[in-house]
Design a protein around this ligand. Structure first.
Ligand SMILES: *[C@@H]1O[C@H](CO)[C@@H](O)[C@H](O)[C@H]1NC(C)=O
Ligand SMILES: *[C@@H]1O[C@H](CO)[C@@H](O)[C@H](O)[C@H]1NC(C)=O
Length: 383
């Protein structure tokens, strides 16, 4: 009896969920799918890429993408596009543009979105001139919405506080720490340039007013040209685990050790990423891409094009052991060309919100950058 009540109180401490469903029953069903953006058909936009998705603190869904004006290239002028849903993805607003970099030769790159549960703010961080193509220096920029994603502040240059450095956040979401250490802290992780690559996190302890540099996991050889199979941690997605540590799932750019994902943990709220806390997850076979990860009610979810060479086969996997092992059952979301992905969910404590996760990903028939697709996934629906 003593042991039983002990376990119960630990459970309540770690999770807001009074979970009705048993994680062992997870059997995901793609419940609804909608194309939010289609490349090549909308006026001033050539290609939509780099999808991000988040819930706002009041429960609206916001989807973002880079709207590349002239070509599908990472370099070049862009808008940041947003669509908003107030009914959990059933209907969406028309596309609005949050930022317009005009005709910048090396315009903006997304990016991380982070929702601050304490202030209600939604913060979007992106880079400009990341590749230093006909421009210098690279800058880290931020815009903020204080009205649930309807309107956005003017861009603020965070490099003034952080120092000048090429930093490409995400792509994906940043987190607000819900548990100690550093409860309430905003943690946004991203990567550096090709030579100075690595995973770097920037932190804010005052709701995005001021930012400082936190953890770094640098590439080897650092600040030197890379070869195949060098160690080069790149695009990444952090999640907070139920013990308050931060697990970052990372693109293994030059396939060091395996054609699979790098995983690294921070035990101090994003200040350090010790090499002892790093491993290579052979189960997460990957072609070098930005992947999605999410921790919900003690279950870790992961999406990527699960193929060791090509960006095809967008697959959802889940772990009941915080990523130490993965369930054998995986769900294929799209067998064809598929690229970057991002996952979110609403942790309201309601039984309804316990059932769903929401993913956004690059999807195509010939090429993965043809469309950006939104899927609502019923976690217990495939029975
Ligand atoms: C951002 O601030 C840095 C540091 O002051 C500066 O070098 C850079 O030019 C600024 N970038 C933009 C886009 O204003
Ligand atoms: C798709 O992913 C599944 C799950 O990881 C894997 O078993 C399968 O071999 C993959 N198929 C292709 C064509 O990559």
């Amino acid at each position: 009896m003593e042991t039983g009540s002990g376990i119960f109180s630990v459970f309540l401490l770690l999770s807001p969920c009074v979970c009705v469903f048993n994680p062992a029953q997870i059997n995901p069903l793609v419940y609804d799918e909608q194309l939010l953006w289609v490349s090549g058909v909308q006026g001033e936009v050539n290609t939509f890429r780099i999808p991000l998705i988040t819930f706002t603190p009041t429960g609206s869904l916001l989807a973002f993408s880079e709207a590349r004006k002239l070509s599908s290239s990472d370099i070049g002028a862009k808008f940041i596009a947003v669509r908003r849903s107030t009914d959990k993805g059933t209907t969406w607003s028309p596309t609005a543009f949050v930022v317009d970099d005009a005709s910048h030769p090396n315009g903006l790159n997304l990016g991380s979105v982070v929702a601050d549960e304490e202030t209600g703010a939604v913060i979007l961080i992106y880079s400009i001139c990341f590749h230093r193509y006909h421009c210098s220096p690279a800058s880290t920029m931020m815009v903020e919405s204080l009205d649930d994603g309807l309107s956005w502040s003017r861009p603020r240059n965070l490099s003034v506080q952080l120092g000048v450095k090429a930093f490409a956040p995400g792509p994906g979401f940043g987190i607000q720490k819900r548990l100690p250490p550093a409860k309430g802290r905003l943690v946004v992780c991203g990567h550096g340039t090709i030579e100075g690559d690595g995973v770097f996190c920037i932190l804010s302890d005052d709701h995005g007013q001021s930012w400082y540099n936190g953890a770094a996991l640098k590439s080897i050889p650092y600040n030197q040209p890379k070869r195949a199979q060098d160690f080069n941690p790149d695009e990444c997605q952090p999640v907070e685990l139920p013990d308050g540590s931060i697990m970052i799932n990372v693109r293994n750019q030059y396939m060091y050790h395996c054609r699979c994902r790098i995983v690294v943990r921070s035990l101090d709220g994003g200040l350090t990423l010790p090499v002892e806390e790093m491993f290579f997850d052979d189960r997460l076979v990957d072609p070098a891409v930005a992947a999605g990860a999410l921790q919900k009610d003690g279950v870790l979810y992961f999406t990527n094009p699960a193929n060791d060479k090509h960006r095809v086969n967008l697959t959802l996997k889940w772990s009941l052991t915080n990523g130490l092992s993965w369930e054998n059952k995986a769900v294929q979301i799209w067998e064809g060309p598929s690229g970057y992905s991002c996952i979110t969910s609403l942790d309201s404590g309601s039984v309804e919100d316990e059932k769903y996760i929401y993913a956004i990903y690059e999807k195509g028939r010939e090429n993965y950058w043809e469309t950006i697709s939104f899927v609502k996934i019923h976690l217990f629906g495939g029975r």
